[in-house]
Ligand binder design. Structure first.
Ligand code: ZN
Length: 290
């Protein structure tokens, strides 16, 4: 596998310099029209033995929609969308590239493929892959190594060329990626609404509970027929001795509790008793988008 990395800055050079490669690889090498450096070819233009990948990501607030198109001579494979958690737009674009390559290695491609052209419209992602920039963040490093790993199954006999295309050549992909992201966002909003409803139910049920204060300890027990000592309950960190909380959260670490746990009725009763806003206390858990 050879990886040729190209940018608009070296447009005047041949797409791949013959002298860079061992001579036995030369006969599999394709010469491509100059404008393919920035414009992905149509399926009619693609010669035998060449595969074209276009990938794009749409990123917002940690949520990413990814769209990929794979084309060979006379054939476009069904576009596929993916979702992903990303740390930022560049991370998202790098992930779109590794997803597209992974998909490529799973497809039954014509067995004469010797060149793969991968188009990204993200110059930043391109610069990282080309090592014009050196990745400092761990997540960018990881995304770059995922691209390398994704390329392995393609074998040694395929040239992989990364190209930077203009966004205007990626419009359709861009729209598909955005639609995917919006559908994930709407599913996340529904999850948040469900969590709010669960907290509301716990608040209603918390009215059956009374709190007994003893020094810095608070104990929760039923108003009717409850008898001491009751369940020890805390707000910071959130915790309760009731069976539901024990089963669901007691074994989990505080970081996970602070990220994901929703309050039981006893915690809701204590927040009411201490005049704390339960939605404020659990805002992270309720609003999480992961
Ligand atoms: Zn409880």
């Amino acid at each position: 596998m050879r990886i040729c990395l190209l940018s608009e800055s070296n447009l005047r050079q041949p797409l791949c310099s013959q002298s860079e490669y061992p001579t036995e690889m030369d006969d599999s090498h394709h010469q491509f029209p100059e404008d393919w450096r920035i414009r992905p070819p149509s399926i009619e233009e693609i010669p035998p033995g060449v595969c074209v990948i276009q990938c794009d990501a749409s990123y917002k607030n940690g949520i990413t929609g990814i769209s990929t198109i794979i084309k060979t001579q006379g054939r476009q494979y069904e576009p596929i969308e993916y979702s992903s958690r990303s740390k930022g737009p560049i991370h998202a674009e790098l992930t779109s590239i590794s997803k597209a390559i992974k998909r490529l290695s799973l497809l039954k491609l014509p067995n004469n493929i010797s060149s793969v052209l991968i188009y990204t419209d993200c110059l930043y992602a391109f610069n990282f892959i080309e090592e014009i920039w050196v990745a400092k963040c761990d997540y960018i490093k990881k995304a770059l190594s995922e691209i390398e790993v994704a390329m392995l199954p393609l074998g040694d006999y395929i040239d992989i060329v990364i190209l930077h295309t203009n966004t205007k050549h990626n419009r359709r992909l861009d729209r598909r990626a955005k639609r995917k992201r919006e559908s994930i966002e709407s599913a996340k909003r529904k999850q948040i609404a469900d969590r709010i409803e669960r907290v509301e139910t716990a608040i209603v049920r918390s009215r059956e509970i009374m709190i007994l204060e003893n020094g810095n300890d608070y104990r929760a027990l039923p108003r009717e027929n409850g008898f001491p000592p009751g369940y020890l309950v805390t707000l910071d960190p959130p915790g309760c001795q009731c069976p539901w909380w024990k089963h669901k959260w007691a074994e989990k670490g505080e970081i996970i509790i602070r990220a994901r746990a929703l309050p039981c009725k006893h915690i809701c009763a204590l927040s009411e008793y201490l005049k704390e806003d339960i939605y404020g206390l659990f805002s992270k858990q309720i609003g999480r988008m992961d």
